[in-house]
Structures are given as structure tokens and as C-alpha cells.
Design a binder for this molecule. Structure first.
Ligand SMILES: [Zn+2]
Length: 88
């Protein structure tokens, strides 16, 4: 983590592991290996600026639920279309 002024903290994390998904074409099981780098800027309090480089996450109680952030990233990956070997 590093500070970047403006009460912003850069959070960098890597999601590793694998996801069990269904092929969107034939519903076969698909195991998707994960190696996803995610970066967020955490703002201490409301953030009114604009950034195009990172997503800014506002934190109001001083706590950041990193797990929730990562889960939402995973949900995002899951919501994409994934096909099994047979359907590629
Ligand atoms: Zn398939």
C-alpha cells in the first residue's frame, strides 16, 4: 500500500485460485484459473475528485472490506461468458 496524497491509499491485490463455472453454451463444468491483479484507490471519506486511472472506493468508517471488494471482482469475472474446451 502506498499513499498518494488526497487521503487516498492505493490497494493492490492479486486474486489467485480457480473458479468453477458453467459453460455458457453447453453447461459443462469449466474451471477457470484465476490470476487477476486488481487495483483500487481507497478514499478516507467521500471522494469528489475524478480519476481515470483507478476505481476509487470510499471508506467512511475507516474500515475497508477488502474481502467484499475482491468478491465483487470475482462476481464480475463470473458474470462474463466462459466456454468449455469443447465449445472453444
Ligand atoms: Zn461447452
Amino acid at each position: 500500500m502506498k499513499y498518494d496524497g488526497e487521503n487516498l491509499v492505493l490497494l493492490q491485490a492479486t486474486i489467485t485460485g480457480s473458479l468453477d463455472l458453467d459453460c455458457y453454451l453447453c453447461s459443462n463444468d469449466v474451471v477457470l484459473p484465476l490470476n487477476e491483479n486488481v487495483e483500487f484507490l481507497i478514499s478516507d471519506g467521500a471522494y469528489s475528485g475524478m480519476r481515470e486511472d483507478y476505481d476509487v472506493v470510499e471508506s467512511f468508517d475507516g474500515n475497508i472490506n477488502i474481502e467484499e471488494l475482491l468478491n465483487s471482482e470475482i462476481e464480475l469475472i463470473k458474470s462474463g461468458y466462459h466456454s468449455c474446451e469443447d465449445c472453444k
